[in-house]
Design a protein around this ligand. Structure first.
Ligand SMILES: Cc1cc2nc3c(=O)[nH]c(=O)nc-3n(C[C@H](O)[C@H](O)[C@H](O)COP(=O)(O)OP(=O)(O)OC[C@H]3O[C@@H](n4cnc5c(N)ncnc54)[C@H](O)[C@@H]3O)c2cc1C
Length: 485
């Protein structure tokens, strides 16, 4: 009989393993899956939550992946059916899983990992006194301690842990008389509201607005507190498999824009003109970029909300007014204030992925956390020296400000060059379902792919040179500290 998570035996006082992975979210699971597929390593996987899947366990009920399921999850198991939606706001694009589907998927992934005989899982547990040779594993339920001795590496799969409204600590205060809810509670109204004030400029706030609009709330009744406007990605260019020519066209247009840009302002003008970055309000220059992805249909819906408050972040909500960094606005008992202000992607300084008995899972290719974790797992299993491993996996901090697009794209492009020069790694990438860009070879006769590849080859090198120059010019703000949208 296949073991299941609920059949995990009581932990002995001391255990040994090759790899201790701290964090069983998307990153920890994609890493574990790739590692054990490419090696016979023994793994202990730990999470302080009850089960696998990380933040998806506490996600708001109407959330979906922002990008296709076809390249999310782990390499060894398909998520969903890799089909293209025929109707709705995602029509014409690959399907996107709901939070419930993602949690179910990760439960099955964990069952696969346990069935391999190479992985043990400890839920409701955390690592105290963590060092390169192991940690003291504490049960949150019994307080029992287990010493984990690690033969090879401790894997930090929580370094970029996602912050979400349900579990974050708000940066503003609110008086009891003000109706303030986390976005999760929108589906559990205490009664009808005269208006909804959505707090936050990121993708969660966009999801809240779209859900309200889609549920029949008129746009005039929605007030949107947007401390920063964001550059957004158009979902049409984030499509894999049969639609991969679009993805490659998008990459080639970004590189062409970078190669031809005269300065940073011209770069963003060109990226917008070729459809690679989109914005909500043509009159407002975005200052934020966090990989949020929308379809043109969603963009048009969001643009119906005209009551946008740009007075900085919320500081305090009283029963009759909202105090913001740059002013105050009236509010009232009929208003429901919806907290969408959690940081989402964690901003943390880059550190070597492989160092001193430790692996720190980080972004490499932009906006692809599952792929990056799997890549690191494969590289760990297939290469011997940390110097080579770090060359293939340069850390690339999550972007936050608009100009972070520059170093993020530059680092990803340099990593791609290293991967393409490595035949074994290229072969792995071509069969990795998490690699959104796989399958180019099957589309070489497609005119869109042909011209995209020509544009890419012509512009790749000049683009990197130009981006490096812009990077020096723009500096690299926004890293190393948390920001809230
Ligand atoms: C609404 C939303 C939509 C998104 N859509 C997409 C998408 O379409 N495509 C995409 O690629 N990305 C998407 N993302 C990005 C998303 O954050 C990542 O895909 C991914 O889920 C992050 O996984 P993670 O493992 O890094 O972090 P988490 O999911 O936060 O997992 C970290 C885990 O570590 C555990 N942990 C932390 N500290 C400890 C400790 N000391 N001991 C034990 N365990 C610990 C936590 O309990 C948690 O389970 C989305 C994010 C959000 C919020």
């Amino acid at each position: 009989m296949r073991p299941t998570p609920s059949a995990v035996p009581k932990a002995p006082a001391q255990i040994e393993t090759d790899y201790l992975i701290v964090g069983a979210g998307a990153a920890g699971l994609a890493f574990a899956d790739a590692l054990i597929t490419a090696s016979d390593a023994d793994v202990v996987l730990v999470d302080r939550r009850h089960g696998p899947g990380g933040h998806w366990n506490d996600a708001y009920p109407f959330v979906r992946l922002h990008q296709p399921s076809a390249f999310y999850g782990v390499n060894s198991r398909v998520l969903g059916s890799d089909s293209i939606d025929g109707t709705g706001p995602n029509a014409g694009f690959y399907q996107r899983a709901t939070a419930a589907e993602i949690c179910d998927y990760y439960q099955r992934v964990l069952e696969d990992l346990l069935a391999s005989g190479q992985v043990r899982f400890f839920g409701m547990s955390y690592c105290a006194r963590r060092g390169p040779d192991g940690c003291r594993l504490m049960s949150r339920l019994t307080g029992e301690a287990t010493t984990v001795r690690v033969r090879r590496r401790v894997v930090d799969a929580r370094y970029l842990e996602t912050s979400i409204p349900m579990t974050h600590t708000r940066s503003f205060s609110a008086e009891p008389g003000a109706r303030l809810i986390p976005v999760n509670d929108l589906v559990r109204p205490a009664g009808p509201a005269s208006g909804y004030t959505v707090i936050g400029g990121g993708k969660t706030a966009m999801d809240a607005c779209l859900w309200l609009l889609g549920s029949g709330v008129p746009p005039e009744v929605i007030r949107w507190i947007r401390p920063r406007d964001a550059w957004l990605l158009d979902r049409a260019y984030q499509q894999p498999l049969d639609l991969v020519p679009w993805l490659i066209e998008g990459v080639s247009l970004c590189l062409e824009a970078a190669a031809q840009a005269e300065d940073v302002s011209d770069l963003f003008g060109r990226l917008e003109a070729c459809g690679q970055l989109v914005r909500l309000d043509p009159a407002v220059e975005p200052t934020m970029y966090r990989c949020a992805t929308v379809s043109q249909d969603e963009l048009a819906s969001l643009q119906r909300i005209e009551n946008v408050v740009r007075l900085g972040r919320v500081v305090h909500i009283a029963p009759d007014q909202i105090v913001l960094e740059d002013g105050s606005i009236p509010t009232g008992g009929g208003q429901v204030h919806v907290d969408c202000s959690a940081a989402g992607l964690r901003l943390a300084p880059a550190r070597p992925v492989f160092a001193d008995g430790r692996i720190t899972l980080q972004q490499i290719r932009t906006c692809q956390p599952a792929f990056n974790a799997a890549l690191i797992g494969y590289v760990e299993a297939s290469r011997h020296h940390d110097t080579e491993k770090n060359l293939l996996c340069p850390p690339n901090p999550y972007p936050d400000t608009a100009t972070d697009w520059i170093p993020a794209t530059c680092t990803a492009q340099r990593a791609l060059t290293a991967w393409l020069g490595d035949a074994e790694l290229s072969a792995w990438m071509e069969q990795a379902r998490l690699n959104a860009a796989r399958g180019i070879g099957a589309h070489l006769t497609d005119p869109r792919m042909k011209s995209a590849l020509a544009r890419m080859f012509a512009n790749a090198e000049p683009a990197v040179t130009k981006l490096q120059a812009f990077q020096a010019q723009a500096g690299r703000p926004g890293h190393g500290h948390q920001r809230r949208s």
